[in-house]
Design a protein around this ligand. Structure first.
Ligand code: ATP
Length: 436
């Protein structure tokens, strides 16, 4: 992980939040390359889940919602983690994750491992961030930063269904920030207090929920493979009765093998009619569906797919990172799928003369006007320029050289195979587009 963290900082993928003030715990800022990677992941998700289908609609609900939403959903009473404090060192941990935690004192042991450790009884700690709506800071004005986007989809279920004339089964997809006051955040961008979710709620007729659950689990696994994640690093973990969230009938985690072990990347949950029924009860407004064919009325069941975009970015980085020996030197490569790569092509003049920089700049302009993210670099040896792009995950480097002046061709070097191909200047854009 240290290598990934340092590459992220060195190349501008991820910076520590408020670094000049010593950092804000477990909040990270995405730099120029990181923001592109995250957007590419979010776009790939949106395009598969919304644009490619006629049965899923998009939504962007507010982060702040009516506080009753969180009472109805069970988050006020139940969105808690067991918190354990050591009276000796005053540190706090999640009681259910002690085997992953460390006592801050040396030699390093798990919490409770030193003779004078004094662990208290676990207390329940609510993970929602509270704030106040309006100018008066009183209990009546308390609102929460949403800990998931899902509730925005539930309270808008009929708005979306009626305005789009969708029939059950159909889904609502949302991309947006969620906030959780995690007790033990960590592992870089794996667990943060502010994160982006990509969640889809699929409303189905009760009785068809198990089939839809299997369907969505398969589709989500397909998607992770399609964005280039190595299949052998993915597995599924079904929640046992003791692990199930209060709303779930079935829950499966799609897990990835991180350097710190197998951990959840995405959850697929059968949330039954729990949320819609609760909102119906708490709001007093109808949230049932009337089948236009049969006239049957029912509260749909929901199959949810819930993924963290930042966590997927970490998976993409970890999965793509490799070190290779080339001509006696180690090269660090991010073998990102071209669709995820922040920069698609880098353009170099081999030399800073013979009109090569001007030709390279012209090519950059052509690529930019075709909306292909491209980068120009003329600093340092060609080998160093290749290395910089390899670390950034750029799939293709285009070099303008002496021959360009003679026959109008450039070389395109492939990041993974290192093969070089000569392509006419006029065809570079099409060549790249084809491979994207
Ligand atoms: P965990 O068990 O890791 O706390 P969870 O089961 O509570 O996660 P869900 O509520 O199912 O997670 O959230 C869906 C997805 O959102 C997770 O699979 C993960 O990708 C992402 N996610 C959840 N919490 C965080 C976090 N604190 N930081 C980054 N991503 C998160």
């Amino acid at each position: 992980m240290d290598k990934i963290v340092s590459l992220c900082k060195r190349r501008g993928f991820v910076f520590q939040s408020s670094e000049i003030y010593g950092g804000a715990a477990s909040v990270w800022d995405y730099g120029p390359l990181g923001v592109e990677l995250r957007r590419n992941i979010a776009d790939a998700w949106w395009s598969t889940m919304v644009h490619a289908r006629d049965d899923i609609e998009g939504l962007d609900a507010g982060i702040l919602m009516h506080p009753r939403v969180w009472e109805a959903s069970g988050h006020v009473s139940g969105f808690t983690d067991p918190l354990l404090e050591c009276k000796t060192c005053k540190k706090r941990w999640r009681a259910d994750r002690l085997d992953e935690a460390g006592c801050p004192r040396k030699p390093s042991v798990h919490p409770g491992g030193h003779g004078d450790c004094e662990l208290g009884e676990p207390r329940l700690f609510n993970l929602m961030f509270k704030t106040f709506m309006g100018p008066v800071q009183e209990d009546a004005a308390v609102v929460y930063l949403r800990p998931e986007t899902a509730q925005g989809s539930y309270v808008n279920f009929l708005n979306v269904q009626q305005t789009t004339r969708q029939r059950v089964p159909f889904g609502i997809a949302q991309l947006g920030k969620a906030f959780r006051n995690e007790i033990t955040p960590g592992n870089f961008i794996f667990r943060t207090r502010e994160f982006e979710q990509a969640e889809m709620q699929f409303f189905v007729k009760p009785g068809s929920d198990d089939d839809w659950f299997r369907y969505w689990l398969d589709r989500r696994l397909d998607w992770h493979r399609e964005i280039g994640i190595r299949p052998e690093k993915l597995r599924v973990h079904a929640h046992g009765p003791g692990e199930l969230a209060h709303y779930a009938k079935t829950a499966v985690d799609i897990e990835y093998e991180f350097p710190f072990g197998w951990q959840e990347l995405e959850g697929v949950h059968n949330r039954t009619d729990f949320d819609l029924a609760k909102h119906q009860e708490y709001s007093g407004k109808r949230l049932f569906y009337i089948d236009p064919g049969s006239g049957e009325r029912y509260v749909p069941y929901v199959v949810e797919t819930a993924m963290g975009v930042g966590r997927t970015a970490l998976v993409a980085l970890v999965d793509a990172y490799r070190e290779e020996e080339v001509a006696g030197q180690t090269r660090v490569v991010l073998g990102l799928h071209p669709a995820l790569a922040p920069i698609k092509a880098a353009v170099f003049p081999l030399m800073k003369k013979f009109g090569q920089p001007e030709t390279a700049m012209e090519l950059i302009k052509t690529l930019r006007s075709a909306r292909i993210p491209a980068s120009y670099d003329q600093a340092g040896s060609i080998g160093r320029r290749y290395r910089r792009q390899d670390e950034a995950g750029t799939p293709w480097c285009v070099t303008v050289d002496r021959q360009t002046g003679d026959d109008g061709s450039v070389t395109i070097r492939d990041r993974d195979t290192l093969a070089q191909e000569r392509v006419g200047l006029d065809h570079v854009e099409a060549w790249i587009r084809e491979r994207l």
